[in-house]
Design a protein around this ligand. Structure first.
Ligand code: PLP
Length: 420
């Protein structure tokens, strides 16, 4: 791609962008002067599709009109509501419908998955995770280790970048699995690291782990809706993600969960059960022993919050209309443009810590600003950019293909230059 460092070029890219009309479908947060912020924070909280309000209102209206009968008579009946999300969510993450369900929230799903797939023994009780994993994931794995009577000091193996480096080298992942694989019960990595934006080769890691007899799961919070996960083909045992980051479904909205189809009919897997995971034919018999639904639906516990699901449904419709291939394609050129403009700045104070290879990252670039403090970040916010600051010196920015433009990226760099 031959990028140019001019506003005119950015506008030309926008005019030729097949997804350009989708920006109009989102609410962009506004500055006091009535112009929209340059919103580069969709990796933290995705923007609201304009169709979300009507989708939620429909459920309120159906509740108003039908009361409990809404379970059957609502426009989208509540009883099977989650099933209406499955097919499109499966497309977003590259899985088969039997492997995907929307339920609970991310950290809850991670625990439910570990109940089933972290089965430690005296000889094999370790969990492998990244050293700089998202804190919730670290708390979750450490508490599971303790729950089974082991000590995280011995059983939690942390993947670290080499001294003086930020990214984890693929060969170091290989080495640690090679050396300790026989003692590792579960490999649980953030597939796209929230801090560096590094996207790991899940298929390769899964194959290495399985060859050693480990279970393999991924936290795809920063991958789902952002990168082509191709979950089924990775062969991973499970994956979890949230829907409020790249999937634009609103603060605290329900998460997604993947269990590979090879486990779909294993009724002997240990799991924490609830009535929503029970055979739909006999669920209301209320007398039978637990009879799990084939596939990942068996892990559902409760009847779900419909208002959250309505927001997810509205958002997934936008994704389906845009097409995942178009989204991933634009993501590469849009983030590539951001990278190009940062390099053009030619400023020694600035370094991109995210991998340069477009196949090892999604839309996020993590920009390290040496010797800067949060004042710089506050300044660019004041000047009209919503992004994200991570101590000690990193600004995370993620141009989102559905609602960000090339002009947004250009404006961001202009503001960053001025602020510096
Ligand atoms: C955002 C995020 C979480 C948040 O978990 P919730 O249970 O949704 O609050 C956890 N892990 C990772 C890797 C994340 O990026």
């Amino acid at each position: 791609m031959n990028y140019q460092n001019t506003l005119q070029f950015a506008k030309k890219m926008d005019a030729a962008d097949p997804l350009r009309s989708f920006r109009e479908r989102f609410h962009l947060p506004m500055q006091k002067d009535g112009t929209p912020y340059v919103y580069l924070c969709g990796n933290s909280l995705g923007l609201q599709p304009k169709s979300t309000r009507a989708a939620i209102n429909q459920e309120l209206l159906d509740w108003e009109n039908y009361g409990v009968e809404g379970h059957f008579h609502a426009k989208t009946p509540w009883m099977p509501y989650h099933e209406f999300l499955t097919e499109s969510m499966a497309k977003v993450v590259g899985a088969k419908p039997i492997e995907v369900v929307v339920m609970n929230t991310l950290s809850v799903n991670l625990h439910l998955m570990m109940v089933s797939f972290y089965r430690p023994s005296a000889k094999r009780n370790k969990i492998l995770i990244e050293f700089d994993a998202f804190p919730s994931d670290k708390y979750a794995v450490a508490s599971q280790i303790k729950f089974h009577g082991y000590d995280p000091v011995e059983s939690l193996v942390e993947l670290k970048a080499r001294p003086g480096e930020v990214l984890i080298r693929p060969e170091d992942i290989e080495k640690i699995i090679e050396e300790q694989g026989d003692e590792i019960a579960l490999i649980m990595l953030g597939n796209t690291n929230y801090y560096t934006g590094q996207f790991f080769d899940m298929k390769k890691i899964t194959a290495l782990g399985h060859a050693k007899g480990c279970m393999v799961g991924f936290d795809c919070a920063h991958g789902a809706g952002n990168v082509n996960l191709d979950l089924h083909n990775t062969g991973a045992d499970f994956a979890v993600w949230c829907s409020y980051k790249y999937i634009n479904s609103g603060p605290g909205s329900l998460g997604g969960c993947f269990v590979h189809e090879r486990h779909a009919n294993d009724k002997d897997l240990p799991r924490f059960a609830g009535w929503w995971g029970h055979n739909k034919e006999t669920r209301f018999g209320m007398r039978d022993g637990f009879d799990p639904i084939p596939g990942v639906e068996a892990w559902q516990l409760s009847n779900p919050p419909i208002l959250s699901m309505a927001a997810i449904k509205a958002s997934l419709e936008v994704f389906m209309e845009a097409g995942m291939d178009n989204i991933f394609k634009k993501s590469k050129t849009l983030t590539g443009y951001l990278e190009f403009l940062i390099k053009e700045m030619n400023n020694e104070q600035i370094a991109i810590i995210t991998p340069e290879d477009p196949n090892q990252r999604g839309s996020q670039l993590s920009i390290q600003v040496k010797n800067a403090d949060k004042k710089l970040f506050d300044k660019i916010t004041e000047m009209g950019v919503i992004s994200d600051w991570r101590e000690p010196d990193v600004i995370r920015v993620a141009p989102i293909p559905l609602y960000n433009s090339y002009e947004d990226v250009f404006r961001f760099i202009k503001i960053l230059k001025e602020a510096l």
